[in-house]
Design a binder for this molecule. Structure first.
Ligand code: NAD
Ligand code: IPM
Ligand code: MN
Length: 348
């Protein structure tokens, strides 16, 4: 029996994760679930945002389902006691270097986008965000009086391994990769660009690769999102571009992710703990439920079940969406609609 470790975390994390777990139990009743603490709640209970007991559990799991971490309560904590530090340590411990962030607008859902319907229609982008390197990790980082340092650093092998995931994904999709960097200014980007191009020329000649600057992509991904298939980029650029891309389907609340590496995968919405709506029962659980679909596809190798969940979410969104998308459904009402949709034949 596969074991899934569930880390609900802080803010709306427990609300959207409860919805996702309900769906997971419905479609995969054989899976064993084990809950553990991460983030602010773990700081409060164990004095650490990523306690040893959580680390041991995730390393022994077949997949990990995460909610969200962080909140004003812990914002003043020293960095080792911040919820976000726990999330970064979790990703590092699990070796999840490739973060897949799909951006899709399924038929009938264009009207939920704040963009013109013809711009949003049919968008299907996969952002592959490098997750264990760059300015987030290693290198020199400190505050010294009135001066502060962070260092952006990448090695060729770090760039190669995440690029392989992007090329592999492109081969299953429309065969195009856009590598996003700032090679006109940054040495790290120069290495990034050369490495991605060399790998394409050596091993993935059937994939069409182009290179674009991150500032230009920030404009084009909103103006003309249909021009992108797979985007591969470094950690911080991928973080920012994926929140920006949430504008296309209409909300952060519909953006799931899968973080893959050599061991078990980590599946989480891309949004944060949304302190402004936490505890109100109105959070959109779609991103968390769609992360369950990614868990089923990539973590448990059950693509048919993943498709069923995705269809049910789309159907629920065509009905009554949550408040972030202009609807009136509460978290519970939306989750009910997804559960009801699961019984019906797949559409869209
Ligand atoms: P956020 O993503 O939490 O919220 C941004 C906006 O989007 C808010 O208005 C929020 O209400 C809305 N939103 C987000 N998810 C939603 C959902 N599912 N349904 C409806 N609306 C939703 O970003 P923030 O406010 O900048 O950060 C809040 C906290 O979350 C911070 O502590 C931050 O560090 C943390 N954070 C955690 C993660 C994570 O756990 N992966 C990701 C991002 C931010
Ligand atoms: C995300 C978040 C995290 C990140 C933070 C909370 C550490 O913004 O998952 O996108 O920057 O990776
Ligand atoms: Mn982010």
């Amino acid at each position: 029996m596969p074991k899934v470790v569930v880390l609900a975390g802080d803010g709306i994390g427990p609300e959207v994760t409860a919805a996702a777990v309900e769906v997971l139990r419905e479609v995969a009743p054989d899976v064993t679930l084990e809950e553990h603490l991460i983030g602010g709640v773990a700081v409060d209970a164990h004095g650490s945002p990523f306690p040893d007991v959580t680390r041991d559990a995730v390393l022994g799991a077949d997949a990990v389902l995460l909610g969200t971490v962080g909140g004003p309560k812990w914002d003043g904590n020293p960095r080792p006691l911040r919820p976000e530090t726990g999330l970064l340590a979790l990703r590092k411990a699990m070796g999840c270097f490739a973060n897949l962030r799909p951006v899709r607008v399924l038929p009938g859902l264009e009207k939920l986008s704040p963009l013109k319907e013809e711009v949003a229609r049919g968008v299907d982008i996969l952002i592959v965000r490098e997750l264990l390197g760059g300015i987030y990790f290693d290198g020199d980082r400190r505050i010294e009086g009135d001066t502060a340092y962070n260092t952006m650093r990448y090695t060729r092998s770090e760039v190669e391994r995440v690029s392989r995931v992007a090329f592999w994904a492109a081969e299953q999709r429309r065969g195009r990769v856009t590598s996003v960097d700032k090679a006109n200014v940054l040495e790290v980007s120069e290495l990034w660009r050369g490495t991605v191009q060399d790998l394409r020329d050596r091993e993935y000649r059937s994939v069409k690769l182009n290179h674009e600057y991150v500032d230009s992509v920030a404009m084009l991904i909103v103006k003309d999102p249909a021009r992108y298939d797979v985007i591969v980029t470094e950690n911080l650029f991928g973080d920012i571009l994926s929140d920006l891309a949430a504008v296309i389907p209409g909300s952060l609340g519909v953006m799931p992710s899968a973080s893959l590496g050599d061991g078990p995968g980590l599946f989480e919405p891309i949004h944060g703990s949304a302190p402004d709506i936490a505890g109100q029962g109105v959070a959109n659980p779609a991103a968390a439920i769609l992360s369950v679909a990614m868990l089923l596809r990539h973590g448990l190798k059950r693509p048919d079940t993943a498709n069923r969940v995705e269809s049910a979410v789309a159907q629920a969104m065509r009905g009554n969406a949550t408040r972030d998308l202009g609807g009136t459904a509460t978290t519970t009402q939306f989750t009910r609609a997804v559960l009801e949709g699961l019984g019906q034949p797949a559409v869209g």
